[in-house]
Design a protein around this ligand. Structure first.
Ligand code: SF4
Length: 374
């Protein structure tokens, strides 16, 4: 399990190593066909800042070779904001006395139907908070069953589950699971997740192994940028990705670098910031490090950032997202998990991608593949 691996890696020493990387280390990393995690550290280090242009060229070339000009399109749907956790950076945390919504079956179907009117979405990401008592695995399974007539590719972003539960959900059409570790820094993890099931670092970080063992076809990973030093976070992510790719080699992987924004509501403020330039650096570094990994940008990022990066390494995007349960159809007044920055419609995103010479792909999976044993 990955927890046994990460225990051997010192957070502080990793930070020191990254900060000590030199120009020569960066040039060496960029020249390698198969960079190591040590090379990745060089590419995300401050020393690599002056190599952004050659990194962009390499990233664009590797992405074109592997993925062509395509961008996979997906849409998230939040079916509940009910949550037993107390993540200090999230508006859905249990102490927040807000009205909680658990969509009924009829409301879930209305959401699916409303989404289908926005564009030909076929990749659906179903999200919940973490409330196993009121919106547990059976509820998620039902949401997947209800989605099948509308979408082929079903992914979830929910609480970490047992291997048996992941395997069980696969029988309900589950194709992919996204889970963010939030922070890989175990010593600081409880500061951000003081109570609730999510306070268990080990259970969360080993969740990806359980997904792999259950035969989940695609695993999405990431760290929340804004909690701890981002260079060290993405390096731990690189270790984790390489470990999973070696251990569960039949599985596909995607990564995302969700950036927290400063809030003017007096709520939790990010401890660290990643600039647009640094986001580009990490994206290029990840592509050069791993030519096969899917790199996903959500509507947390602005239209400008997403358009700029669409041709340089990103391979998946969401569009026209609502992060409030019922937000597409029935409950436009419920609280959103975070504000989206890119407010274009799906059709506007499609048009802009085409103008950039990219081909938006709405369908990249057929449920029949799974039945055929792929
Ligand atoms: S981040 Fe997720 S688990 Fe944490 S409080 Fe928000 S909805 Fe709940």
């Amino acid at each position: 399990m990955f927890y046994d691996e990460i225990k051997k890696i010192s957070w502080e020493e990793t930070t020191e190593k990254i900060m000590a990387k030199t120009d020569a280390d960066v040039r060496r990393a960029l020249a390698k066909p198969h960079p190591s995690v040590d090379d990745f550290m060089a590419m995300v280090s401050p020393a690599a800042d002056r190599y952004l242009e050659p990194m962009a060229r390499l990233s664009r070339m590797y992405t074109r070779e592997r993925f062509g000009n395509t961008i996979n399109m997906f849409i998230p749907v939040y079916i509940t904001n009910s949550c037993a956790n107390s993540c200090v950076y999230c508006g859905f945390h249990v102490q927040n006395k807000m009205p909680r919504t658990i969509l009924t079956e009829e409301e879930i179907v209305r959401e699916y139907e409303a989404i289908k009117k926005l564009g030909p979405f076929d990749n659906l990401l179903v999200l919940t908070g973490e409330n196993p008592a009121k919106a547990g695995v059976d509820y998620i399974a039902r949401a997947l069953d209800l989605a099948k007539p509308y979408f082929n590719n079903l992914q979830i972003e929910v609480m970490p589950l047992s291997r048996e539960d992941y395997a069980g959900l696969r029988r309900h059409g589950l194709n992919g699971v996204i889970c963010f570790q939030e922070t890989y820094n175990e010593a600081r993890y409880k500061t951000y997740h003081p109570r609730g099931p999510k306070s268990n670092y080990q259970w969360r970080i080993n969740g990806y192994d359980r997904m792999g063992m259950a035969g989940v076809h695609k695993i999405g990973m990431g760290a929340l940028i804004g909690l701890e030093d981002w260079r060290t976070e993405v390096t731990m992510l690189a270790y984790h990705l390489r470990y999973l790719e070696k251990t569960y080699w039949r599985t596909q992987y995607s990564v995302n670098f969700p950036r927290m924004r400063k809030a003017d509501n007096g709520g939790f403020q990010p401890n660290v910031e990643m600039t647009d330039r640094e986001l580009a650096q990490v994206t290029f570094a990840m592509r050069i490090f791993d030519r096969d990994v899917d790199i996903s940008y959500s509507t947390r990022e602005t239209k400008e950032v997403r358009n700029n990066m669409a041709t340089l390494g990103v391979t998946t995007m969401s569009a026209e997202s609502h992060t409030d349960p019922g937000g597409y159809s029935c409950r436009p007044d419920s609280l959103a998990q975070f504000d989206v920055s890119d407010e274009r419609t799906a059709r506007e995103v499609e048009r802009d991608l085409k103008t950039l010479g990219m081909e938006p792909v709405w369908k990249n999976w057929d449920a029949a593949f799974d039945r055929a044993g792929h």
